[in-house]
Write a protein that binds this ligand. Sequence first.
Ligand code: SAH
Length: 297
Amino acid sequence: MIEFHEPVMVSEVMRHLLSRPREVVVDCTVGDGGHSLEVLSRTKGTFVVGVDVDSEAVAVSRMRLGESFPGRFVVTKGDYRELPTVLAKLGIPAIDGALYDLGVSSRQLDAPERGFSYWGEGPLDMRMDRESAFTAREILNTWSEEEIGRILRDYGEERFSARISREIVRAREEGPLETAKDLVAVIKRAVPGPARRGATHPARRTFQALRIAANDELSRLGTSLERAFGLLRPGGAMAVLSYHSLEDRIVKSVVKSLADRGLVKKLTRRPETASEAEVSRNARSRSAKLRAIEKVP
Ligand code: SAH
């Protein structure tokens, strides 16, 4: 049996996304289609458009949902930043709901050849879109020590960013860093003993930072949220699940600027988090923050 990515905060997301009848809902990060499946099975006529930059996610969600919900689900490979173009191609001028479930899927994380995980042995790839040319390997082997240090600090909130970037630049003089294992070894050399033995793996933050940089995740997000809002019909809802503080900060600031202009009603006054029961069942939900808004008529 295929193991699908377990969707996070399903009932909370659906409460906001499906607070009224919806004609068209866009799942901007469809992944394995866990959230889309819920939208489809909890509604009668709602049409769901799935979007993902990862062609494997497109194939998996299509296989999982296309046949079970004939005429109600379509999925396209695309960047959520290009949402207006993606929808225009499908002949869809406006939408009633948009969902973003940010970060990496467990399918991506568990595929060692994609290089997302520090426990794997794969190449330092980390591209969500495997047709893009830019990889984590390129960052590690060509960027300056300062630039690498900056992303580790800003995107990874890594305390030892300076030490790690120095060690990366030193190590690559002997030959390019190629695999997740190479990088983990460098990080272990760079951080002080206690950090090497701490509760969180010493490479966790560096891997997160590289993933964000390799996919230009933060700048895409802000642009996309604004464009998606532009496509929403009055009364339409937008729900965003984020997994670290930088993502949430962007979501919060887009929401605030829309709310200050009186364009949206906040459906969540503060970000909602997963229940204890869910966190104990699904570790990925631990850091999830959900914000939702409705476009005012
Ligand atoms: N909700 C999904 C899981 C989503 S995981 C489920 O229940 O199965 C996040 C997904 O976002 C990944 O598949 C990733 O490829 C996708 N993604 C990341 N950046 C993207 C972007 N810029 N545009 C579209 N999809 C993106």
